[in-house]
Design a protein. Structure first.
Length: 355
């Protein structure tokens, strides 16, 4: 008789946009994971949680949730300035940690927290869920099939019309925010980065509870990968433009996609991946990518976007039967790239990435 596997009891720390839309629905859809608690002090958020997931325990703080003994792992979705402190608190309690982006403020802090996790024998991983975006997985499939031959360059442009979503303050800015995702995507596609040339655009962010002051609201990075390939990543949230484009050039041809932000748009529309986890996350046929080679042009249908794979893999890593989709070492490398990009932008020069 097969032994029933006990699901990993996981708590979500924070239930604003991140916790409610990018975490809880995908915990629900993942294999081997159970939503065992949520931390939020907001009465409005508590009401939303009760409507979304009746019966899930709610706590005022991570300290309270850990003391209750109801979780074996946590996802931290709170503002970036809190990440180090909360991660270390969970690690000290022997609880596994999945950390939303930006993983930590800097690569140096990330190394400190990673060492604490290793010493405590707990799993620490980043929630770089956009490694599993439909368009990125489609391009990865084209590359893995050898359709482009040796890859020369990948260009990624991801603009969102969300000026309200840029966090100000010392730990804010778009580079650490969306930059964590788009840089991680090209690292996943092309491997480690050795050098970066960065440009940042700044603007004053009103203090609306998310930190005010001058911060980066747009960026353009040119990355040199150890493989010899190059990539560019650029993004903004403040110019009232929403677009997503991927371009790849190789010795055998090119690939281009203009796609929608499938999973984010669907979950904000009230859809849940648990309702159809295998049918979830496909872009529409009219957004199929274009593969152009000596054989001509062909459309490449969407691969499946699966943010819930992040949680399934995390549970397997905790159980010792698998590894996270993105490792803590990769998260530290992404932060080292972002740190180097900030130096490059300030000093207007090419900067080597600390390895």
């Amino acid at each position: 008789m097969a032994t029933e596997i006990t699901p990993l009891k996981l708590g979500v720390v924070g239930y604003s946009v991140g916790g409610r839309f990018f975490h809880a629905p995908f915990v629900e859809a993942a294999e081997g994971v159970e939503l065992a608690g949520v931390v939020t002090r907001s009465e409005a958020r508590r009401k939303e949680l009760a409507e979304d997931y009746p019966g899930v325990p709610v706590f005022d703080s991570l300290t309270d949730m850990l003391a209750a003994g109801v979780v074996e792992a946590v996802t931290i979705t709170t503002p970036p300035a809190t990440h180090r402190e909360l991660a270390l608190e969970a690690i000290a309690a022997g609880v596994h940690v999945l950390m939303d982006k930006p993983f930590m403020p800097t690569a140096e802090v990330a190394r400190e927290v990673a060492q604490a996790a290793q010493d405590a024998g707990v799993v620490l991983a980043p929630f770089h869920n956009r490694r599993t975006d439909a368009d990125v997985r489609t391009l990865a499939g084209v590359m893995e099939a050898g359709r482009l031959g040796q890859i020369w360059r990948v260009h990624s442009r991801f603009d969102l019309d969300e000026a309200h979503g840029v966090e100000g303050g010392e730990n804010g800015g778009l580079l650490r925010d969306l930059g964590s995702h788009v840089v991680d995507q090209v690292v996943g596609l092309l491997g480690p980065v050795t050098h970066v040339l960065g440009h940042l655009d700044h603007a004053d962010i009103p203090d609306v509870g998310r930190g005010g002051g001058l911060t980066d609201v747009s960026f353009h990075l040119t990355l040199t990968h150890a493989s010899g390939a190059m990539s560019t990543v650029e993004s903004t949230k403040t110019v009232h433009l929403a677009q997503r484009e991927l371009l790849a050039y190789g010795e055998a041809g090119s690939y281009q996609s203009l796609s929608r932000d499938v999973q984010a748009q669907d979950v904000f529309a009230g859809k849940r991946p648990a309702a159809d986890p295998e049918g979830w996350g496909y872009d529409s046929p009219e957004n199929a990518g274009w593969l152009r080679t000596a054989d001509g042009e062909e459309r490449v249908p969407s691969a499946q976007g699966r943010y819930h794979d992040m949680y399934t893999a995390f549970a397997q890593a905790v159980a010792g039967t698998g590894a996270p989709v993105v490792t803590v070492e990769e998260a530290i490398h992404v932060l080292a790239i972002l740190d180097a990009a900030r130096v490059s932008a300030a000093e207007k020069r090419l900067v080597a990435v600390e390895q």
